[in-house]
Design a binder for this molecule. Structure first.
Ligand SMILES: Cc1ncc(COP(=O)(O)O)c(C=O)c1O
Length: 383
């Protein structure tokens, strides 16, 4: 990894991102091509966004067709494509969560979920987990662990109680009559694909139900098939009151969603939520195409199979353990993740780092196959 790529336009962009020394210009399947002609196996999927990889004909066809027909109209008018996307998402979500509000990003979905919880319960406290990442707006930043480094707002919009991520008793003790909601990533993404245990998830469900608080699963990273289940909620067999999704949802077109139980959605009236771009027709065409393709191509089964193979094959070289689920995996390393990331990139394999300096993150497209895993395993063995 080098400090900056010559293609980086430092003059016009605020330089907030550390960037890798490659410039992708094209992609096909799980491969990206760079400006200087390298072909790179993408095991990072653009922060978990490229669910169907690159150039998927159904996704591109749906986007093109909708763009040709009508590029944009607002939520002030009904649109069949929006109904279709919402219905597909409600079908995909756990039973009992069948109402959808469409937005543009993960942070926006979480912001609205938190707002709904605070408003509908009239309570002041949100419980969150240590090491969590929920986004960079005022509300979701407040429930992000360690956000004081960049938060920037003079005060938080509500009270936050952080609990250790491995302690069901602490979870039970943290939820009470003052609690509007508990927000949890069932597999913590930025933290390094760290899975929250079934006992902590069950404790959160039990405590929120008992005290009339809501349980929010932030599935911005873990959702839309990434764990080998539609959402990690189904994998854990726990039904939250709200799920947030984004990233993979439209396969690369910006989109997010809030999925709620009728009990929550029945408390929302006209004018309570809103957005200009959320639910736009092209995003909706992309959402429907992604969800239909996951079903048609059997990608949930494929993710489970290839993930199991990866976990078996890739415990090698610098890897001391593998955590996470499906294609949200953290390779635990005997050396700094940045070193391994750079060495793999030299071998034309793109991976991601995480907040844990010794965990390398894999978020590949859901279409990844065993042969690609062999390439990673060989490269790791070689390090
Ligand atoms: C679990 C989780 N929640 C929320 C977000 C924020 O999503 P966005 O960047 O689309 O606002 C992220 C982004 O990494 C995330 O991983």
């Amino acid at each position: 990894m080098s400090a900056s790529h010559p293609a980086q336009s430092e003059g016009a962009q605020i330089p907030v991102y550390g960037q890798l020394d490659i410039e992708p210009v094209a992609g096909e399947g799980v491969w990206i091509t760079t400006a200087d002609g390298r072909r790179i196996l993408d095991l990072y999927g653009g922060h978990a966004v490229a669910a169907l990889g690159y150039g998927h004909p159904k996704l591109l066809g749906a986007i093109r067709e909708q763009a040709d027909a009508l590029l944009f109209q607002t939520n002030a008018v009904p649109m069949a494509v929006r109904d279709r996307a919402a219905a597909a998402l409600a079908d995909f979500a756990p039973q009992g969560l069948d109402k959808v509000f469409l937005v543009n990003s993960g942070a926006e979905a979480n912001e609205n979920a938190l707002r709904l919880a605070l408003r509908t319960t009239g309570r002041p406290v949100i419980v969150a987990l240590e090491a969590a990442f929920h986004g960079r707006l005022a509300g979701c930043g407040a429930v992000t662990w360690g956000s004081e480094r960049w938060y920037g707002f003079p005060r938080q919009p509500f009270d936050v109680r952080f609990v250790p991520r491995d302690d069901p008793e602490a979870m039970r003790a943290a939820v009470g009559a003052d609690t509007a909601a508990v927000i949890i990533e069932p597999v913590q993404g930025v933290a390094g694909a760290y899975p929250i245990s079934a006992t902590v998830l069950a404790a959160a469900r039990e405590a929120t139900s008992r005290h009339g608080a809501l349980l929010i699963f932030d599935e911005v990273q873990s959702g839309v098939g990434r764990t080998g289940w539609p959402f990690a909620a189904q994998r854990a067999e726990i039904t939250p009151d709200l799920i947030t999704a984004a990233k993979s949802l439209a396969g690369g077109f910006p989109a997010g969603a809030l999925i709620a139980t009728p009990a929550v959605s029945s408390q929302v009236g006209k004018g309570d939520l809103g957005t200009t771009f959320g639910g736009g027709p092209v995003a909706c065409a992309a959402i429907a195409a992604v969800l239909e393709t996951i079903e048609e191509e059997g990608l949930l089964e494929q993710v489970r199979d290839v993930s199991a193979y990866l976990q078996e094959r890739c415990s090698t070289g610098p890897v001391t353990g593998i955590q996470g689920a499906g294609f949200l995996l953290g390779l635990k390393l005997d050396r700094p993740a940045r070193e391994v990331q750079a060495a793999l990139l030299e071998r034309n394999i793109l991976t991601g780092t995480s907040a844990d300096p010794r965990v390398l993150r894999l978020l590949p497209p859901l279409i990844l196959q065993r042969t690609h895993v062999d390439r990673l395993a060989d490269a790791l063995e070689d390090l």
